[in-house]
Design a protein around this ligand. Structure first.
Ligand code: KIV
Length: 294
């Protein structure tokens, strides 16, 4: 979907995404965690919005994505749902909510669809997770896979590091992606993988591929809202480009507000509500206050 060419934006569906891929039109995905961001993503005409479990770090202040709960992500998913009309809404299944059994996976995915308003869910890794993906797809819910750097397993991977940098690792990563596709995933996110490996992977998949730090060979790209808009403080991953510097603007605006309050320069009369003089006189009389005392 693109609203940037004067055409009326259409609702993004799995079929429209497949058509986009077939036509070689790049797919734009972005994370969002709240209503105003969703409204902006909708207005700009991105194709997919992901309520990522990156919300854990980005908006909830956790050290990693591991602690975030289904309940916490559901609140954010509902807020984003209320702000979206056209993009396809994907919700991340948080760590611990889907791995243990197909039943867990289907139950959690159903919650994100029924209670959160998501149209698809995303889960991380291959291996036994392929069965979870298959179970969710069989339950009628579209699934996005995620291979390469999978932050939910960062500890097991030895930290937040690029993946697929040896032939053996890369071959496994490609096998994982192919298995996720066979399980019915309509899209696969590829994170922090050498571009050459991504190209080999993308050439072997029919489903949509969406990259983050994985080069340009994928059908689309995804970035985290706060990273791409320059709100994130401190270190950014190598693969992030900030397309704006909103943090500076926020600091500037908040500093100006604090200064205006401290200088008693805000609020001004135009920021308050009028009251009829007769009503005020009446009130003063009731309070036993004379003249123009407060
Ligand atoms: O949680 C997230 O934001 C993600 C994206 C980085 C793909 O999984």
């Amino acid at each position: 979907m693109s609203s940037g060419h004067g055409t009326q934006p259409q609702r993004v569906t799995l079929s429209s995404l497949a058509r986009q891929k077939a036509a070689g039109e790049p797919v734009v995905m972005v994370t969002a965690y709240d209503f105003p961001s969703a409204r902006i993503a909708d207005e700009v005409g991105v194709d997919l919005v992901l309520v990522g479990d990156s919300a854990a770090n980005v908006v909830l202040g956790y050290e990693s994505t591991v602690p975030v709960t289904v309940e916490e992500l559901l609140v954010l998913t509902r807020a984003v749902r209320r702000g979206l009309r056209h993009p396809l809404l994907v919700a991340d299944l948080p760590f611990g909510s889907y791995e243990a059994s197909d039943l867990d996976a289907v139950h959690t995915a159903q919650r994100f669809v029924k209670e959160g308003g998501a149209e698809a869910v995303k889960l991380e890794r291959g291996g036994s997770i392929v069965d979870r993906a298959r179970a969710i797809v069989r339950a009628g819910i579209p699934v996005v896979g995620h291979v390469g750097l999978t932050p939910q397993a960062a500890t097991a991977m030895g930290g937040y590091r690029a993946q697929g940098r040896t032939a053996e690792q890369a071959a496994q990563l490609i096998r994982d992606a192919l298995e996720l596709e066979s399980a019915g995933c309509f899209a696969i996110v590829v994170e922090a993988v050498p571009a050459e490996v991504t190209a080999l992977l993308a050439a072997r998949l029919d489903c949509l591929t969406i990259g983050i730090g994985a080069g340009a060979a994928t059908d689309g790209q995804v970035l985290v809202w706060h990273d791409l808009l320059g709100i994130t403080e401190g270190h950014l991953a190598r693969f992030v480009r900030s397309f704006a510097d909103l943090r500076s603007g926020m600091v500037e605006g908040l500093t100006a507000y604090a200064g205006a309050v401290r200088a008693r320069e805000f609020p001004q009369p135009e920021h308050t509500y009028p009251i009829e003089a007769t009503e005020l006189d009446d009130l003063r009389a009731r309070l036993g206050v004379a003249g123009d005392r407060h």
